[in-house]
Structures are given as C-alpha cells and as structure tokens.
Write a new protein. Structure first.
Length: 211
C-alpha cells in the first residue's frame, strides 16, 4: 500500500477537523448507543475508542462515566483536538491497522464509523484483532453506514474519500466472523448538519466477545 493511500483518511480528517463534531453532534442514536454501553460496563473499565476523532461524544461520555479511555486516530489534527476537549482520556495518533494490541486487554472497544475507508479484507482482519483485544465477555460496539459498496470514490464533507462498507446482513456476518455475538442492533437514518448533506442510514451493533 502506498504511503499516500495509507494515510488518505488522515489527509481528509485533518482538513475536516472540528467540523466533523458539529456535523454529527445531533446523532441521538450515537448517544443512545453510548448510554447502552455505559450501562453494561463495570466501574473503571478499560475502553479502546477506534477512530476517536475530536473525542466527542464517545471518549467524552466514557471518561465522564469514570472509565479509562484510550483513543486512537490516524489524524494528528483530530488527536490534538481530542486531547484538549477530553483531558480525562488518553489519545494516540496512529493507524489502528498497525497499532499494537495486547490480547484480552480491554473491557470494551468502540468502532463508530471508523472502518469505512478500509478495504473489506482489512476490515475483517482489524475486527478480528479488536475482538482478540477484548477480555472474554467484553463489549464491542460497531457502527457503519450499511451499504453494499466497495472502493467507491466519494466526497465527504468536501473531502475526496474512498468508501467501502457492507449491507446489514453482511455486517452481521463480519461481526460473527470475528468471534462476536450480536446482542442488540439499532438502525436509523441521520442527516448530518453540514451543507449539502443528505440522509444516510446508520446501523449500530452491540456485540460481546464469546467466552
């Protein structure tokens, strides 16, 4: 993979910056998903936030509930924003595909819309690694735009991106293939607060690692 391709997400999200938070702040479904996760976690759980963005709402909500949060994002701009916005969490600038993950080291992993710029084979490989980083019985929340598309060029908030996703049934299969049991799902439609935005489907899966 070329260096430019490897860091395409960093380029896009460096440019988008804090506008991403403003565009998606109104997602009631995202916040409800976080509430469900927080309600299932033991006190002071260790949580990995994949593609942590500006730190809000995910890392902020989890840290505010007393959990130890590590956010990983490929965008240095996003990591700088998150570090200022959520001082109660830790953030690292890294490509999660290359980030070292210790087996059974987290109580929960959050993957909110952070797989969409990876090819399907990389999504499968990464989700397997993330599942392995969960303690048995641990929680993994997985969210995507559930469309059957692969390597499609698109424009997202003014930035050129290449998008890959799965339809709803295949997205369930993705979770199952990683050794995860889907305990709950929620499908909704959300329109980002951004010029030119259109309604987009969102799918949230609450999963557990099989013991």
């Amino acid at each position: 993979m070329s260096d430019s391709r490897r860091h395409a997400a960093a380029v896009a999200f460096d440019a988008i910056g804090e506008a991403y938070e403003s565009a998606f702040a109104g997602s009631v479904a995202h916040r409800a998903s976080l509430d469900r996760l927080i309600g299932r976690l033991a006190p002071r759980s260790r949580v990995l936030d994949v593609g942590s963005g500006t730190g809000r709402p995910t890392a902020s909500a989890l840290a505010g509930a007393g959990h130890a949060v590590l956010g990983v994002d490929v965008s240095p701009v996003m990591v700088e924003l998150a570090s200022r916005r959520v001082p109660g969490a830790s953030f690292r600038q890294a490509d999660i595909r290359e980030f070292p993950l210790e087996e059974e080291s987290f109580d929960a992993v959050c993957v909110y819309f952070s797989l969409l710029q990876m090819p399907r084979a990389q999504q499968r490989s990464l989700l397997g690694r993330l599942s392995g980083a969960l303690r048995p019985g641990g929680h993994l929340v997985l969210a995507t735009v559930p469309l059957d598309v692969e390597e499609v060029d698109a424009v997202f908030m003014g930035q050129a991106v290449r998008v890959t996703s799965f339809g709803p049934e295949a997205f369930h299969d993705l979770a199952a293939g990683a050794g995860l049991t889907v305990e709950e799902e929620h499908a909704t439609v959300f329109t980002p607060s951004h010029p030119g935005a259109v309604p987009e489907p969102h799918l949230f899966l609450h999963c557990r690692r099989e013991a």
